[in-house]
Ligand binder design. Structure first.
Ligand code: HEC
Length: 136
């Protein structure tokens, strides 16, 4: 019995990536043809849905891009570190909020503006920016 089952398991295991690739190809083909026919607005809607993105990228508000590389942003600066993998690096939202609110508390010599303390961003704005950063 055992020796009959093993090849079945082996076959099932090797079949999974193959199915994944096929599904991926089918999805890609679906998106490629689908966007050409019916829904040109859909990809833009899903990627630009978060208000925090506008805050983070806006030169007169968050302005994070001037100093930080953030995926999806144009012409980022490198004064600060890239803001990537934010959810895994900052699982504690409060820690991230504290940095954005007033980074001088962690580093008195930082050039990063204390967005909350200086009323550049409201607490609600900061929460929106965090929602957005958690997608990066
Ligand atoms: C004037 C430049 C500047 C701007 C604008 C700026 N930052 Fe920063 N930021 C820095 C620097 C420099 C650091 C490095 C740490 C330090 O100086 O204390 C930093 C650090 C950080 C960190 C910690 C990064 C890490 O990898 O641990 C986060 C999070 C952060 N910034 C978020 C933001 C967000 C969100 C905005 C926009 C609302 C923003 N920053 C705008 C300069 C800036």
């Amino acid at each position: 019995m055992r020796s009959e089952r093993k090849p079945v398991h082996g076959a099932a295991r090797t079949a999974v990536p193959g199915v994944g690739i096929l599904l991926g190809a089918a999805l890609f083909a679906g998106i490629a043809t689908g966007s050409a026919i019916a829904q040109p607005a859909q990809p833009a809607a899903t990627s630009a849905a978060l208000p925090g993105q506008a805050l983070a990228f806006d030169r007169s508000q968050g302005n994070c891009l001037t100093c930080h590389d953030i995926k999806g942003g144009d012409a980022p600066g490198n004064v600060g570190p890239p803001l990537a993998d934010m959810k895994s690096r900052y699982p504690d939202r409060k820690e991230l909020a504290a940095i954005i609110f007033d980074e001088t508390k962690r580093n008195p010599l930082t050039v990063m503006p204390p967005f909350g303390r200086n009323l550049i961003l409201t607490k609600q704005d900061i929460e929106s920016v965090i929602d957005f950063l958690y997608t990066r």
